[in-house]
Write a protein that binds this ligand. Sequence first.
Ligand code: MD3
Ligand code: FE
Length: 207
Amino acid sequence: TEVSPGAVHLPDWLDAPAQRELLEACREWARPPAGLRTVRTPGGGTMTARQVCLGWHWYPYAYARTVVDGDGAPVKPFPEWLGELGRRAVRDTLGERRAAPSAAYDIALINFYDADARMGMHRDSDEKSDAPVVSLSLGDTCVFRFGNTETRTRPYTDVELRSGDLFVFGGPSRLAYHGVPKVQPGTAPAELGLTGRLNLTLRVSGL
Ligand code: MD3
Ligand code: FE
């Protein structure tokens, strides 16, 4: 489903075994050093979703090769298989609409949401590439709010993201405001063995 030009939602893209495999990898990446951390914004705020990065370390509002706002360790490598997953995701959603093959995916940001976690409306503008962002969801269903490129407010579209869903944001949607106003606790597939929600985004740094 194309929610907005360049924003394509493909529900249930990952089957149950693929979800379990990705979850297991995320659990490994979450371990220290350079593991899961709480992000603090310059204004004194705290993000409620905790995060781990691969390839490049994101901190508000730039990328680095070490966990500059955490344990200082080198960021974990971005595995080749994730890059292949990203290319397949773009092909399955945007397909031939993509003008030219973009540079290789080299960043993964993984956000862990508990029942109370949220993400406020924001734009992702720290990447120096206009390549599409690939988003994969695991665990609890959430309400994902897809807005406009001008303001953090209406008009926006609320979409439920479920375990296994793929969402790709390219073209004019790449710089749209978006957020996660709510997680729906206890909605994860029981066989996955995950309490809460996890979102993995693949990006091209342009660095
Ligand atoms: C639209 N993550 O990591 S996924 C983020 O569920 C982020 O954790 C949310 O926003 C989450 O920055 C939303 C959907 C998403 C991800 C990246 C985007 C939508 C996007 C980048 C550009 C435009
Ligand atoms: Fe975002």
